[in-house]
Design a protein around this ligand. Structure first.
Ligand code: PMP
Length: 423
């Protein structure tokens, strides 16, 4: 099944797993939304560089210089990938979660934050020390824009404000109207940060075209390994803030004062928030993935994914007990991420059966977006849905859901096996 892979082959296609029914089967990785497999190209680039890595920004030796160049070039590559504006900064972080917490730590005093309750916890929770307004779940993209506009119209017009929004939901896969939300934010003098953890692997994300102030994403969802992420965008708030971590690399000059204390001059570049020895392989692998995706072009990736989504939807529609979760309606455009419940089944047991009997890896639970999943399921916050939920009898509502997700390198066979297994 070559149709899946060219021009972006991924690792892990030859992994086999045991089945409870006996024998082995090739592993069908259908949990890209949690972590996508690495691109072969990323693996090759990292393997070619691995013998040469050295300390970044510090050493005079040849390998240190080489690593420093690769690290700083990785920043340029990400800048280009994200269509950054002149003056924007690309900060390498550990993940999307880390990026959004960094921005939360850099908010100006008295900043008001507006966030939909439907966000992933990584974009819902970091603002809790600020003045946060949680916006109710909208049922259409237009309602999202109208809800935000209403909330911003009521805000203190003189203070700083930030809107945080996801580009594509990690639960429903649905696309959010980012350009319109950015326009609404700016019309009311607010800024906006885009959580692109699920969008960037599936769609081109341009900071300047979408007109967002910051964007955050994770390497491990963008076909690179774990441990690295990006926060890119406006430099001013980041430069005005205290460093996210205090330490070497973030400090330009440190001196003892005569009164016994210590004076520090911090860098005003991205290094200000990158204290400690940086994850050069992480940054390099993100850059490698960005280059591979750019060279392959998103058009073929999107077209292939839309084919797979259509096949999954068609297959699930044949099973009357299956209910696909959606905030914006069945026809809403989405990336290759889809959640559903099966009447009469506990979702955790269902997912476990997909794994044990068919070698299919999906995710079950509330997907770190508890308020959203509870809204979609119509369940009560007091009901425990994450794990160990009781069996839902026919007619009873489920307390958690099953998520299937895919992308580059997903063969037809994995999707067909999934559809057959659900049926
Ligand atoms: N935002 C969204 C929409 C996500 O799907 C995720 C990961 N599930 C995150 C943020 C957090 O990403 P990470 O775990 O890499 O920090």
């Amino acid at each position: 099944d070559e149709s899946c892979c060219a021009p972006l082959p991924v690792l892990g296609r030859d992994v086999t797993v045991p089945l409870v029914t006996g024998g082995e089967v090739s592993y069908a990785a259908l949990d890209y939304a949690a972590s996508a497999p690495a691109l072969q190209r990323v693996w090759d680039d990292v393997a070619a560089y691995a013998p040469y890595y050295g300390s970044v920004h510090r050493g005079a030796g040849y390998l240190s210089q080489l690593s420093t160049d690769l690290f700083e070039n990785a920043r340029r590559t990400v800048e280009e990938f994200l269509g950054c504006r002149p003056g924007d900064q690309v900060v390498f972080t550990r993940s999307t979660t880390d990026s959004l917490n960094l921005l939360a730590a850099a908010l100006p005093a008295d900043c008001q934050v507006f966030v939909f309750e439907t966000e992933h916890h990584a974009s819902l929770l970091p603002w809790r020390d600020a003045r946060v307004t949680y916006l109710n779940a909208p049922r259409t993209p237009g309602e999202a824009v109208a809800t935000l506009e209403r909330a911003l119209a009521d805000r203190d017009p003189y203070g700083p404000a930030l809107v945080c929004v996801t580009g594509a939901s990690n639960v429903t896969g649905e696309l959010w109207p980012v350009r319109e939300l950015a326009a609404a934010a700016h019309a009311h003098g607010a800024r906006i940060v885009l959580d692109a953890a699920q969008l960037a692997p599936h769609h081109p994300v341009s900071v300047s075209e979408l007109d967002v102030d910051w964007v955050a994403f994770s390497g491990h969802k963008l076909y690179a390994p774990f441990g690295s992420g990006v926060l890119a965008g406006r430099a001013d708030w980041l430069q005005a803030a205290e460093p996210y971590l205090a330490g070497g690399g973030a400090s330009k000059s440190v001196a003892r004062r005569t009164d016994g204390g210590v004076d520090v001059e911090w860098h005003s570049t991205a290094a200000r928030h990158e204290a400690g020895s940086p994850n050069v392989i992480g940054a390099y692998s993100i850059a490698s993935a960005c280059k591979a995706l750019t060279e392959a072009g998103f058009d073929s990736l999107v077209a292939r994914e839309q084919e797979l989504i259509a096949r999954v939807r068609e297959g699930l529609a044949e099973v009357p007990e299956v209910k696909v979760l959606s905030l914006f309606g069945d026809d809403a455009p989405r990336v290759g991420v889809l959640s559903f419940v099966v009447e009469g089944w506990n979702s955790s047991h269902f997912a476990a059966a997909l794994s044990a009997e068919y070698g299919i890896g999906v995710r079950d639970g509330l997907f770190c977006a508890h308020p959203l999943v509870r809204t979609l399921l119509g369940s009560d916050p007091q009901e425990q849905g994450e794990c160990g939920a009781p069996e839902a009898a026919p007619g009873e509502k489920s307390l958690n859901a099953i998520r299937v997700s895919f992308g580059a390198g997903t063969p037809d066979e994995h999707v067909e096996r999934f559809v057959r297994a659900v049926r």
